[in-house]
Structures are given as structure tokens and as C-alpha cells.
Design a protein around this ligand. Structure first.
Ligand SMILES: Nc1nc2c(c(=O)[nH]1)N[C@H]1C(S)=C(S)[C@@H](COP(=O)(O)OP(=O)(O)OC[C@H]3O[C@@H](n4cnc5c(N)ncnc54)[C@H](O)[C@@H]3O)O[C@H]1N2
Ligand code: MOO
Length: 402
């Protein structure tokens, strides 16, 4: 691996990330249909527009009755109740329950006024229009009272929640068809390299196929971004790159420039950052992904120059761009990092290391199966802190790759 020749200390991953997050533009709010809200971040707390459930209801199939009419709880003393014939209106507005009667009821149906218990079908005997209790029930057994789940105005979803299928169904049950979500961050992708050919086209000698565009596009899509581009790879030519970045800055919140991030004679990433904004950092103390650099534009947007080497790009995306986009979209607390035990020891390095690993679960514990595999085959990146020697079986945090 090439070692850094630069004398100035690079920021740590945490410092670089803090600089990115502090500079990132705030995303405005947009109201979207429930199906479009999956995985998006709720922009404000939602309160129940009405009580839920909206009526007292049965939670089991059986018979609605008045508890006071069931006797003393001893099945031998239980009163017989006359079974009221079923009525078509039972679901919309059930008739009040006459004294000495019970009424057949389905799970979820409104209780007839007067009823305060549901007797499960399998716990009673019914014959010739009369019901006999065979197991005692307490008041309001197998019933749910109006507002038991949420009273009107109760908070049902908190601002900053990343919306799951369950959250969407919760909004729907309260009658909501849309939700306010944070707008997806718009991320423009520009790929540079004279040697790059789009996949599907013949590759002349000395050229290689562009595999970073799809890596970036897929990763950013997974992270909830609206991805602009990538177009065909751009030439390693500073004025061309600057014009392309400026064009994208008109619309995008973040512009990612891939390739040319290092110190070669045709690496223009760092020069470009100084032309379009104020450099936040030049290089990060991490392996791989070290040449990653970033700038803030005068109107508060971000331009990030990412390494062209595919394994370095994959790592920088997971370690820096992923938490940046998560922070831009959500104020919710970070989810805990998964972890696994190392199958073999790791020696110290002078920078944080992100080791691509394959994983396996043995007897309920996750272990690395192979360490330092090709990043593209990895299940996760194992986070190895700088200057640490880790023995076999030490637990390490993981960045799971999806
Ligand atoms: N003298 C030094 N050389 C290098 C240093 C250094 O500190 N001093 N850093 C090294 C590190 S670390 C990395 S990582 C790379 C980063 O290189 P660049 O971002 O400048 O990327 P390129 O030079 O454009 O390409 C590197 C490598 O990756 C391939 N590549 C580029 N783009 C794509 C793409 N879209 N699809 C597939 N493959 C791509 C490219 O062909 C090269 O093989 O710099 C080290 N050098
Ligand atoms: O080797 Mo570089 O550190 O890939 O980023």
C-alpha cells in the first residue's frame, strides 16, 4: 500500500465528519403520500387526530354482555343470558343491549351500548337461544375501550423518526394519507478519469471500465439520496471539472467528485475544491480512503473529492458520506453499531483502519470468517481504531454493507 507523503496531520474521521455535518445544508420539508414516505425522515411530530380505537370494541369473537349480569364468577351460579338475534346494523351503530341479553360479536366490532365484557365463543355454551358461561371473565375482559391506544392529540410518531412499514400503517390507521418528511438530499455524482470507459463499451488498451459510478449511485440510493448523474466519465482537465461541478451546484446539496483525489500530475480534485469553495479538510486519517477531501461553497453546499480506487471509494462512502447523509436526514439518535469477534489478531496502524470482512454466526456469536477480503465481497467493514493491537476474539464494531 502507498504511504502518505504529506507532512500536515490529517483530521481524524470524527473531525472530518463533524466538519461535513456542521456545514451541510438544512433540508426543507415536503408532504408525501404514505407509500413514498418509507425510509424517509419524519419532519415533525404527528399527533392523533382522533381517539384510537374510535369506539369500545371486542378483541375476540364471542358474545358481548353486561358483567354485572354474569353472576358471582362461579360457573355454577352463572346466570343464563338470552342471545339477541344478530342485526345488520351491528357494525355501524349497534343497538343497546337489552337487560338479561348478550349479543354475538366479532373481533374488532363495536360493543353494543351497555356491554362491558366479551365472552369468548369457546368459553360459553349456547343452546336454544340461551348462553351459559363456562369460564368466568372479569369486567372489560377482551374489550378495548375508546382511546385506549391513543387519545386525541397524543403524539403517535416523533419528529426525526426514520419511517418503517409499521410507522406508515400506524399513520394510515389514524386516517392520515400523507406525512411531512425531510426532503431527500440531492447528491450529484461526477466521475473523472481519462482511462474510464462505461461498462458495456469495448475497452481499448490501457483503459478500464468505470465501476465507481454504479457503486456510488447504488450506495447513495440506499442512503435515501436523490442521485443526480452520473453521466459519462469526465476528462482529467481542471476547467472541464470546475464547469461540471459549478453546473451541479445549482441544484445539488452535495457534489461528489470521484477520482483525481490524490497528488498525481493529473489529479485535480484538491485544486478544484479551492476554486469552488473553502477547503474543510485535505485527506483524512483513515485507511483506505485517505485522500478524501472536502470544501464548503459560499452558499453552504458541500463538494467532496473522493478517491478513485474502488475499495477506497467504498470505504469513504460508508465511513464519511453515509453518516453525513444520515445526519442531514435525521435528528434521531444513532442506531447501535453491530459487532463481531476477530478470528485472527490485527497489528497496529497509525490511522483508523476499515477492514473488509466476511462474517459468520457460531453458537449465537458473530465472528469474522475472513479478514481483509476484497471490499466488494465484504459483508461489513470492521472498525479498527488507530494505534491498537487487537488479539483474536476481540469484539470490534462493524459497518454493515448492504
Ligand atoms: N504519491 C502518492 N500517490 C498516491 C497517494 C499518495 O498519498 N501519494 N495516495 C494513494 C491513495 S491512498 C489512493 S486511494 C489513490 C487515490 O487516487 P485518485 O483518487 O487520485 O484516483 P485515480 O488516480 O484517478 O485512480 C486510482 C485508481 O482507481 C482506478 N479508478 C479510478 N476511477 C475509477 C472508476 N470510476 N472505476 C474504476 N476504477 C477507477 C484508477 O484506474 C486507478 O487504478 O491514490 C494513491 N496514490
Ligand atoms: O489506499 Mo488509499 O488509503 O486506498 O485510500
Amino acid at each position: 500500500m502507498t504511504r502518505c507523503s504529506c507532512a500536515i496531520a490529517s483530521p481524524s474521521v470524527d473531525e472530518a465528519l463533524a466538519a461535513l455535518i456542521d456545514t451541510a445544508p438544512t433540508l426543507d420539508t415536503t408532504e408525501v403520500a404514505l407509500h413514498a414516505a418509507l425510509g424517509r425522515t419524519l419532519a415533525r411530530t404527528i399527533r392523533a387526530p382522533r381517539a384510537y380505537p374510535p369506539f369500545n370494541r371486542a378483541m375476540m369473537d364471542g358474545y358481548a354482555a353486561r358483567h354485572a349480569e354474569l353472576g358471582d364468577g362461579n360457573p355454577g351460579n352463572a346466570a343464563a343470558l338470552r342471545v339477541r338475534p344478530a342485526s345488520d346494523s351491528d357494525h355501524s351503530a349497534p343497538h343497546p343491549l337489552p337487560a338479561g341479553h348478550c349479543a354475538a360479536i366479532a373481533t374488532g366490532a363495536p360493543l353494543p351500548p351497555g356491554a362491558d365484557v366479551v365472552l369468548r365463543r369457546e368459553r360459553v355454551n349456547v343452546s336454544a337461544g340461551w348462553l351459559h358461561v363456562i369460564e368466568p371473565a372479569s369486567p372489560w375482559a377482551d374489550c378495548e375501550t375508546v382511546g385506549a391506544v391513543a387519545m386525541p392529540g397524543a403524539p403517535i410518531l416523533s419528529s426525526g423518526t426514520i419511517l418503517t412499514a409499521g410507522h406508515l400503517s400506524l399513520a394510515a390507521r389514524h386516517g392520515l394519507a400523507t406525512l411531512p418528511v425531510r426532503r431527500a438530499p440531492r447528491v450529484a455524482v461526477l466521475v473523472t478519469g481519462d482511462e474510464l470507459i462505461p461498462p458495456g463499451e469495448p475497452c481499448p488498451p490501457g483503459s478500464i471500465h468505470d465501476s465507481n459510478s454504479i457503486l456510488l449511485q447504488a450506495t447513495l440510493t440506499r442512503l435515501g439520496a436523490e442521485v443526480v448523474g452520473p453521466a459519462a466519465p469526465l476528462a482529467d482537465h481542471l476547467p472541464t471539472l470546475e464547469a461540471a461541478v459549478r453546473r451541479q451546484l445549482a441544484d445539488a446539496d452535495v457534489v461528489c467528485l470521484i477520482g483525481g483525489s490524490s497528488v498525481g500530475t493529473r489529479d485535480f480534485g484538491r485544486a478544484l475544491l479551492t476554486r469552488v469553495g473553502t477547503t474543510l479538510f485535505e485527506g483524512v486519517s483513515m485507511r483506505p480512503g485517505r485522500p478524501t477531501s472536502a470544501a464548503a461553497t459560499p452558499d453552504g453546499k458541500l463538494v467532496i473529492a473522493l478517491p478513485g480506487r474502488p475499495a477506497a471509494l467504498l470505504t469513504a462512502l460508508q465511513v464519511l458520506v453515509r453518516p453525513l447523509l444520515e445526519a442531514m436526514q435525521s435528528s434521531a439518535a444513532a442506531t447501535p453499531a453491530p459487532c463481531a469477534r476477530l478470528v485472527s489478531p490485527i497489528g497496529p496502524m497509525n490511522a483508523a483502519r476499515y477492514l473488509p470482512v466476511r462474517l459468520e454466526c457460531r453458537d449465537g456469536t458473530w465472528w469474522t470468517l475472513e479478514q481483509d477480503v476484497e471490499a466488494e465481497y465484504a459483508d461489513a467493514l470492521a472498525v479498527i481504531p488507530a494505534h491498537r493491537t487487537l488479539d483474536a476474539s476481540t469484539p470490534v464494531n462493524l459497518i454493515a454493507l448492504r
